[in-house]
Write a protein that binds this ligand. Structure first.
Ligand code: CA
Length: 235
């Protein structure tokens, strides 16, 4: 197994040998080092011993559900986690994101898609809101003064719109489930109120997107939640 310290190390916890083989080809070709574990227990052990830069976790493992592995991991370790699920298992995907996964891929997936997700995961390790301003597209957010401008003109955002925008920027590139966003902004009692959220996302899109019919920044993850996507440009 490669242990080149200059390469980002990815731990794959997956019992299917075919998928591990595919992942190894894709990851090593792209300049990553890969470690592998076939069970949840072995995977947790690997995290403890080698502190990988990111983890790719299959939800269907032989010894325990991937969700349980994730919950145990999240008790002590913030490493970025990408979960792998099988087509049609929407519920387990959402449970995985709620339990602290950063992103997901549905099997079968393409190598390009996997690498794009992984790059986003690794780039996100640095939090955005510690900086004083943040730019995306034609929009500039000034955190110190809670001001938002588009093309240099001040925009009026309600405090809830601003809070939602701030949440998205903090978790840029990450899928946030409806439940996570609702809980964060409105509290646990609002977890089921997906329609509130839809309204607020629409308002943000109206104010901040260039094309409302093809939102570039505030993307819908169908049936799951939203993802704020942008190239980082921090001031
Ligand atoms: Ca499996």
């Amino acid at each position: 197994m490669s242990t080149d310290p200059t390469k980002p190390e990815i731990l794959v916890i997956e019992d299917e040998v075919q998928i591990r083989r595919l992942l190894r080809l894709t990851l090593e070709e792209a300049g990553y080092a890969m470690r592998e574990a076939e069970t949840g227990r072995a995977g947790l052990d690997e995290v403890l011993r080698h502190m990988p830069d990111a983890v790719i976790l299959d939800l269907g493992l032989p010894d325990q559900p991937g969700i349980e592995v994730l919950k145990q991991l999240r008790e002590w370790n913030p490493v970025p986690v990408l979960i792998l699920s099988v087509f049609g298992q929407e519920g387990s995907k959402i449970a995985g994101l709620d339990a602290g996964a950063d992103d997901y891929l549905t099997k079968p997936f393409g190598g390009g898609e996997l690498l794009a997700r992984l790059r986003a995961l690794l780039r996100r390790i640095k939090p955005a809101v510690a900086t004083s301003s943040f730019r995306f597209g034609r929009v500039e957010v000034d955190f110190a003064h809670r001001r938002v401008k588009k093309d240099g003109h001040a925009l009026k955002l309600t405090s809830m719109e601003y809070a939602l925008l701030q949440l998205f920027i903090t978790h840029r590139d990450k899928v946030l489930t409806h439940r996570q966003i609702l809980r964060d902004l409105w509290g646990a009692k609002a977890e089921g109120q997906t329609h509130y959220l839809r309204t607020y996302v629409l308002r943000l899109r109206r104010k901040l997107e260039d094309d409302l019919d093809a939102p570039k920044f505030f993307q819908t993850e169908s049936g799951i939640g939203y993802r704020f996507v942008c190239e980082a440009d921090e001031g």
